[in-house]
Design a protein around this ligand. Structure first.
Ligand code: ADP
Length: 411
């Protein structure tokens, strides 16, 4: 064990496998301290690379293509061995996107569980197969360690039927599982728990609306600590507008695109998931920072106007979604902003809150501007309803839940 890691007793390796990336984090579950973390990105392309960070150092390793998830995990294993960190690892916790109705809790991965995750790929074709690749690669690299799945849908399994049923024939739900599931559950759960501490109330008595605004965005209504409604649906396309995803659109547009504009179904899928949202409306970028900069400083009036429009629609749709969730709650302790945009953009927070004065939301601009880049706090003005900025930490939830599950299995 190296000097820096000698202070740690045990750790969970948290793995989040996406379609072309693997995020990883070696974390002490009791404190949330990260011992080592990193990202393998652009897998299966010529730009494949892996960045590994330890406290005080950052190492970028370029990878020779073709480089896939398995190869990336082998590099991680080599690095862990070289740094003498393998003996710290007690289990591997995997973020699994879709757990359907079956998985409302973290679950020890067995061959049956892997089969279910495979079956659920019907509902999450971009995510569950990548998650399975990560699980199988870790099984071969760390055959001696238990593997735990923590599902992104799990927190929302407390939603009542009135929240998750679509206005479609009921048989589609019963026979094919077509219903709303919700995502970002691990993040909404983490920030709700943290909000309870900040509000000095037990989580089971907290009524909150949580806005996770990153590349993907979702709003969740939390009643007595449990999710009762959320804006993402059967897939991560429903709800508010996002970086490249449209969010809610009239489903009739899809018929129009196919029948009158010659789109194929694959092209519609790409349009709604990858070419819409902030990117589509601005015709400039899906990155909120680039759009704010263009809105404030770009000298080309057309670019400036489109960037402003994209951000305005984005904020209005989020404000409407937050207001709509007041119908799911009987009281409201506060609103939470989290995710890359929610945690960092004081401009977006101001724009959203301006439209929610009927719910007694109002910001203290000094606090709003000071609460960024990992700072947490209540940015509401005096006498207004609480508005909390909380840095999310999904990896910590996965590490904590994996440890709890293993402790239960032993006792
Ligand atoms: P993901 O959903 O991929 O985890 P993140 O939660 O990291 O994404 O959020 C990414 C988004 O956060 C991007 O749109 C980025 O522009 C935005 N973001 C990050 N920092 C800032 C900032 N300082 N101001 C505005 N937006 C920011």
């Amino acid at each position: 064990m190296n000097q820096k890691s000698a202070q740690y007793h045990d750790a969970i390796l948290v793995i989040n496998c996406g379609s072309s990336s693997v995020k990883f984090s070696l974390m002490e579950p009791s404190t949330g301290n990260t011992i080592l973390s990193g990202l393998a990105e652009c897998l299966l392309t010529d730009e494949a690379r892996i960045t590994i960070k330890e406290v005080g150092s950052k190492n970028v390793i370029s990878l020779t293509s073709p480089f896939d998830h398995k190869n990336a995990l082998s590099v991680l294993v080599e690095q862990l061995q070289e740094k003498k960190l393998v003996s710290l690892i007690k289990a591997i916790g995997h973020r699994v996107v879709h757990g359907g109705e079956k998985y409302a809790q973290p679950t020890l991965i067995t061959s049956d569980v892997k089969e279910e995750i495979k079956q659920l790929a019907k509902l999450a074709p971009l995510h569950n197969p990548a998650n399975l690749i990560g699980i199988e690669a870790c099984e071969s690299a760390f055959s001696h360690l238990p593997q735990v799945a923590v599902f992104d849908t799990a927190f929302h399994q407390t939603m009542p039927e009135k929240s998750f049923i679509y206005g479609l024939p009921y048989a589609l739900y019963k026979q094919h599982g077509i219903r709303r599931y919700g995502f970002h559950g691990t993040s909404h759960y983490f920030v709700a728990k943290k909000a309870a501490v900040m509000l000095n109330k037990p989580l089971t008595e907290c009524n909150l609306i949580s806005a996770h605004l990153g590349n993907g965005c979702s709003v969740t209504a939390i009643k007595n600590g449990e999710s009762v409604d959320t804006s993402l649906g059967m897939t991560p396309l429903e709800g508010v507008m996002m970086g490249t995803r449209s969010g809610d659109v009239d489903a009739g547009i899809i018929f129009h695109l196919v029948e009158h504009l010659g789109y194929t179904i694959e092209q519609v899928d790409k349009l709604l998931n990858k070419e819409s949202g902030l990117l589509g409306v601005s015709a400039l970028s899906n990155d909120c920072r680039a759009l704010e900069e263009a809105m404030l400083t770009n000298t080309d009036e057309t670019i400036k106007k489109q960037a402003t429009l994209a951000l305005t629609v984005f904020c209005y749709r989020i404000a409407k979604s937050i207001a709509s969730y007041s119908a799911s709650l009987t009281s409201l302790d506060g609103l939470i902003f989290t995710g890359g945009i929610g945690e960092n953009s004081d401009w977006i927070r101001t724009e959203i809150i301006k439209q929610l004065s009927l719910l007694n939301f109002s910001l203290c601009e000094d606090k709003n501007q000071a609460t960024r880049f990992g700072q947490c706090g209540n940015i509401a003005s005096e006498n207004a309803r609480a508005c909390l900025v909380i840095a999310t930490n999904e990896e910590w939830v996965i590490a904590e839940q994996s440890t709890l599950l293993l402790a239960k299995a032993v006792s």
